[in-house]
Write a new protein. Structure first.
Lengths: 269, 303
């Protein structure tokens, strides 16, 4: 699908969790075309002091209504302003950008691992794989119960959900990667499993180590800073684990990603 | 209709709006957003003799009304450029200017020599911001003699229009520009990015892997304008203005100060069609002001 700049009407705004707002935007073409991993790059309205757009994953798509949802975590100046958008506002957006999580219908189990706002692409992934019989496991960690963005799709899609919180207020106390490690440790056969990860860098690094050690195929999305989001600035470099034969050492998060095979790239803070 | 054409040496551009090197890829990244043939021209990302991987991340950082970058000139090298990038560029009708760099004046000449057989290149732009290996990593702009030598070396291997792109990180851009003009440049373009730095106070690490980088965007526009004005007064060849230009109004400031043309860089990251909007804005302005051509405006600064 070709990229374009659209003015998207905000249809709904809801608090999805403490410090996270869900925005529903009218975008029929993107609702049809979006797959988990795709993102859009938003101009922050009323903030001409911020030069760059801010990238957000497509969280959910309602293909019959022609809407997409975003989860906006309040992280700083741009996301704070975006989280204050209200129905009636319009957002200037470039999309659809990036690639998506590959899915093989022959898989036995997809294991989604989300840390914090890294939950964003997984509603869309659950939508994408609805109708496939593979087991769907979601490992989702946040600081505290109030930080979890719960979704109706978890039940609808029959996903097995494993929650962790750092303070133990819901689910197991600790980090999501530790919960996953326990789960994977309980079986020796990992054939037909795939890990999909999205979250903070230390979590991704832990997933990489686990996936490589156990021989499980994995994909992760990265959240580099982006000046453009469509391959023009070459600023969002991701380091390849092994340089290519032609000397290439980096890939672009916005164009080659944001989803990468977990063994292919290295994570830096 | 106003005649927006401009002459850069023997090259005639349909309008004075070009895209800046390193901010427009090889054109294809923007093809979804607008008709590239509406531009006066495209300046490619810098091409070097050998492939370069570029700098480690983080390579970019947002700053007040601007950004820092230390991309490190990643590119596939001149031979792959011809095979991979040129076919798309040559399919365009707009002028394509190939930006080149080298680590020595000889390497600049070698890259250009390797491009001479390629049909359809409208001009070359020489990127002087690259470190000069022979002079201990100093920029080619740091000394008028070295700057002139590069232009002269390249002049000797091509008859195509030659644009020398100057960095502002020098004591006297006028002197460097003058030396390059005397050495055979058909035009000068200015400015490349300004050296800048930012620190993450939480981690106490520099925001860029290379510690310092190049500042671009609206923040540098007044600096760029002053440099361009300085050059216009020092040389008789055309000067192409670059630096923080995002709208037709911005471009008009440079043209009134004497620039023959302008380049749009960072603005295109935020509004992919920024360069097209500048073209349209210039057309509107000239129509409103009843101008028949841009020459009536160029250098019309009232002192
Ligand atoms: C492909 C992609 C998809 C994303 N999807 C979502 C999503 O669905 N929901 C969501 O809430 N966020 C998402 N993000 C992250 C979001 O874009 C950033 O949180 C946002 O740009 C921060 O902008 P700000 O103006 O609020 O922060 P700023 O005021 O610019 O910065 C606030 C703090 O955050 C740090 N920071 C800013 N951007 C980044 C970054 N990219 N990586 C690490 N640190 C950073 C700054 O250094 C600073 O300390 C995504 C990012 C990418 C690249
Ligand atoms: C991300 C980025 C990459 C750049 N790469 C190059 C390059 O490869 N060669 C070059 O001559 N200039 C390069 N430049 C400099 C621009 O061409 C231009 O001179 C500068 O950014 C000022 O213009 P602007 O403020 O409109 O961006 C780059 C600038 C940026 C922001
Ligand atoms: S953000 Fe500009 S190339 Fe990826």
């Amino acid at each position: 699908m070709s990229k374009s700049v659209l003015q998207l009407p905000v249809i709904e705004r809801a608090e999805a969790a403490r410090q996270v707002v869900r925005l529903t935007l009218q975008a029929p073409e993107w609702a049809r075309a979006a797959r988990a991993g795709h993102f859009i790059n938003l101009l922050v309205p009323g903030r001409r002091d911020l030069l760059w757009r801010r990238p957000f994953s497509v969280h959910r798509a309602d293909r019959s209504r022609g809407t997409i949802d975003l989860l906006v975590a309040r992280m700083g100046r741009g996301s704070e302003s975006l989280a204050e958008c209200a129905p009636g506002d319009h957002l200037d957006a470039i999309g659809l950008l990036g690639n998506c999580f590959p899915f093989d219908p022959g898989l036995h189990e997809i294991i989604m691992v989300a840390g914090g706002i890294g939950i964003a692409p997984f509603d869309l992934l659950l939508q994408d794989v609805q109708g496939f019989s593979c087991k769907k496991s979601l490992f989702y960690g946040a600081r505290s119960a109030g930080d979890l963005c719960r979704s109706t799709l978890w039940a609808e899609s029959g996903a097995e959900v494993h929650l962790t919180t750092e303070d133990g207020s819901t689910g197991s106390r600790g980090l999501v990667q530790d919960e996953l490690r326990r789960y994977l440790g309980s079986s020796a056969n990992h054939a037909g499993r795939v890990i999909y990860g999205c979250g903070p860098t230390p979590m991704l690094a832990a997933l990489r180590e686990m996936a490589l050690a156990l021989g499980i195929k994995g994909y992760v999305t990265v959240e580099n800073r982006m000046a453009c989001g469509f391959g023009a600035c070459v600023g969002c470099a991701v380091e390849l684990a092994e340089a290519r034969r032609d000397g290439q050492k980096y890939l672009l998060a916005c164009k080659d990603g944001p989803v990468f095979p977990i063994e292919e790239i290295l994570f830096h803070d | 209709m106003t005649d927006l054409r401009v002459h850069i040496g023997s090259l005639v551009l349909d309008n004075p709006v070009l895209t800046a090197s390193g901010t427009f890829g090889y054109g294809s990244e923007f093809a979804d957003f607008f008709d590239l043939d509406r531009l006066g021209g495209i300046v490619t990302k810098t091409v070097t003799l050998e492939p370069r991987p570029g700098n480690p991340p983080p390579r970019i950082c947002e700053t007040p009304a601007g950004m820092l970058n230390s991309i490190g000139l990643p590119n596939v090298g001149v031979e792959q450029f011809k095979l991979e990038k040129w076919p798309f560029l040559s399919s365009l009708h707009t002028a394509v200017i190939v930006n080149v760099a080298g680590r020595s004046s000889q390497e600049f000449a070698d890259v250009v020599a390797a491009l001479e057989a390629v049909k359809g290149i409208a001009a070359y732009e020489l990127n002087y911001s690259c470190p000069n290996v022979k002079e201990g990593g100093l920029s080619f702009s740091s000394d008028a003699r070295v700057a002139a030598e590069v232009t002269a070396r390249v002049r000797a291997v091509t008859r195509r229009p030659l644009i020398t792109k100057l960095t502002p990180n020098v004591t006297s851009i006028g002197e460097i520009g003058r030396a390059c003009a005397d050495a055979g440049a058909d035009a000068l373009s200015a400015i490349n990015t300004l050296v800048g730095m930012a620190v993450d106070i939480r981690t106490r690490k520099p925001r860029l892997s290379t510690v310092t980088g190049g500042l671009s965007g609206p923040a540098i526009r007044p600096v760029a304008l002053a440099r361009v004005y300085e050059l216009v007064r020092r040389v008789s060849i055309p000067v192409i203005g670059i630096g923080g230009i995002a709208t037709a109004e911005d471009a008009l400031e440079f043209i009134i100060a004497g620039a023959a043309a302008v380049q749009i860089g960072t603005a295109g990251f935020v509004h992919p069609d920024a360069a097209l909007r500048v073209v349209e804005g210039l057309e509107d302005f000239c129509r409103r002001e009843g101008l028949a051509n841009l020459a009536q405006l160029r250098g019309s600064l009232q002192l």
